[in-house]
Structure formats: structure tokens, C-alpha cells
Design a protein around this ligand. Structure first.
Ligand code: ATP
Length: 247
């Protein structure tokens, strides 16, 4: 049992697109300094959840608190406390990495923009590319610039939507190392939507499983691996949960 206060807490959070119930009474807590992996099949409602938590969408009903603020009533305060890397991050391809980061940093009201960009790129071990145009970057490099942008204003919580999607194994490994360092060294709480169970096992400290808009499982990774001792892999655990919840 975690005695900290949750930094993300939803109560009866629901969302419908017309008559389709994408999220159904989600009660979820994520605690400070966790790396939370949010798993679920295609269309389970993971992006809908992240869009509500990052204030991009309002829920049909229920509430979501992020860093102590209500995502609907206090959306500006929430935005100051969070960084977000969407699945398909968009940049100005004909501007350099530095110009892109500088543009977004100024929009977020970051002080000493040049110094802060240097600090962030140093942390991400990504110096020397500042003056290349984004259009020349690989998917992995774009993801790293996306993370740089997301942490520029020193948020407390970082949201990542399918961060490893489309990356090669080396890109996945580098991104995993960055996520773990952000958590351990910068003390960020991380909320990560993912399909990749192998990534959850290597990166996350706790997991939740969403199935057709309902949370069907949530626990720490350690407890999960203890609870299913006969299972050979996290993948089998997940498949069993999915089968149970749909049968
Ligand atoms: P994926 O892993 O494929 O990205 P997801 O778990 O992120 O899926 P969501 O994108 O949240 O799922 O979508 C949940 C459900 O809501 C899906 O059935 C999807 O088709 C539907 N949906 C999402 N956005 C809209 C929209 N703007 N209008 C109508 N239906 C939508």
C-alpha cells in the first residue's frame, strides 16, 4: 500500500464519443515518482485518458486531478506541472532543433531559454545536433527532441503516449534509459501508454490494464510478477487478463 498522496487521481472518469463509451468510470491513482505503464488493446481508451489528464479534452463525467489540480477547472495550473509527448509529435521541419525548442520554450514562458536548452540537451546526451533541421532527423531523434520540449519547463509529471512506437531496438533502449534517468535523477513521475509488455517489465514500477474503457488491473510491477508465479512472462499474464475480462 502506497501512503503518498496520488499525483494523478481520477474518480468515475468517463468519456463518450457520441454514443460510444470509450472510458467507463475509471478510478485510478498514480503516486509520486512512479513510472506507471498503462496497457490495453487498440481502442481500449488509453489515449482518451491521457488526453483528459493533459487537459486536451474534457471528460463527459467524473473528475481528474493532476498534481493537485482539477484538469477542467484548473487546466492552466495542470499544464504548468506536466509535460506531454504525444504519439506523433509535430515540429517545424524546416527549422533547426534549437529553433524548434526555442519556439516552444518561449511559448511555455521558460526563462534563460538558451541556457535551459543547453541543459536539457546535455541531460539527454544530445548536444551537437542543435543546428540541424528537424526534417533531417530520424524518428528516434525526433522523439528525443520531443522529450526535450516536454521537459523544458521542468514539469513534475511527464505523459508519454506510445513513446517507443516505430523505434528500432536501439532507439527503444535509448528512450528507456532516458525515461528511467528522468525518474531517478529528476524525480519525475511518468505516465506512459504502451503496447509493449517487454517495455513495461523493463521500465515501469507499476502497471494498469485498461479493457474497453474499464480498468481491469492495477498493481506494482513487483506484486504483479509475484502474484502470477506460474506465468512465464508478463505477456501471458496480460493475455490471461484480457481473456478473463472478455469471457
Ligand atoms: P490505440 O492503442 O489504438 O491508440 P487507445 O487505447 O489509445 O487505442 P483511444 O484512442 O482512447 O484508444 O480510443 C478509444 C475508443 O474511442 C476507440 O474505439 C476509438 O475508435 C474511439 N475514439 C477515439 N477518438 C474518437 C473520436 N474523436 N471520435 C469517435 N470515436 C473516437
Amino acid at each position: 500500500m502506497n501512503t503518498n498522496n496520488p499525483v494523478i487521481e481520477t474518480k468515475s472518469l468517463s468519456h463518450s464519443y457520441n454514443s460510444y463509451h470509450a472510458l467507463d468510470n475509471l478510478d485510478l491513482q498514480v503516486y509520486e515518482r512512479e513510472i506507471f505503464g498503462f496497457l490495453g488493446h487498440n481502442g481500449a481508451g488509453k489515449t482518451t485518458t491521457i488526453n483528459i489528464l493533459t487537459t486536451l479534452m474534457q471528460p463527459s463525467s467524473g473528475t481528474a486531478m493532476v498534481a493537485g489540480y482539477d484538469t477542467v477547472k484548473q487546466s492552466m495550473q495542470v499544464r504548468q506541472q506536466i509535460g506531454y509527448l504525444p504519439e506523433n509529435v509535430t515540429f517545424y521541419n524546416n527549422l533547426t532543433a534549437f529553433e524548434n525548442l526555442s519556439f516552444f520554450a518561449r511559448l511555455s514562458g521558460v526563462d534563460n531559454v538558451v541556457k535551459r536548452i543547453e541543459e536539457v540537451l546535455d541531460f539527454l546526451e544530445f548536444r551537437g545536433i542543435e543546428h540541424k533541421k528537424l526534417g533531417e532527423f530520424s524518428k528516434g531523434m525526433r522523439q528525443r527532441i520531443g522529450i526535450a520540449q516536454a521537459i523544458m519547463h521542468e514539469p513534475k509529471i511527464l505523459f508519454l503516449d506510445e513513446p517507443t512506437s516505430g523505434l528500432d531496438p536501439l532507439g527503444i533502449k535509448k528512450l528507456r534509459e532516458i525515461i528511467i534517468r528522468l525518474n531517478k535523477e529528476k524525480h519525475l513521475t511518468i505516465f506512459m501508454n504502451t503496447h509493449l509488455l517487454s517495455e513495461v517489465a523493463k521500465t515501469c514500477t507499476s502497471i494498469g490494464v485498461l479493457n474497453h474503457g474499464k480498468l481491469i488491473y492495477k498493481d506494482t510491477l513487483d506484486n504483479t510478477l509475484r502474484r502470477f508465479p506460474s506465468e512465464v512472462s508478463l505477456e501471458e499474464i496480460y493475455v490471461q487478463m484480457e481473456i478473463k475480462s472478455t469471457s
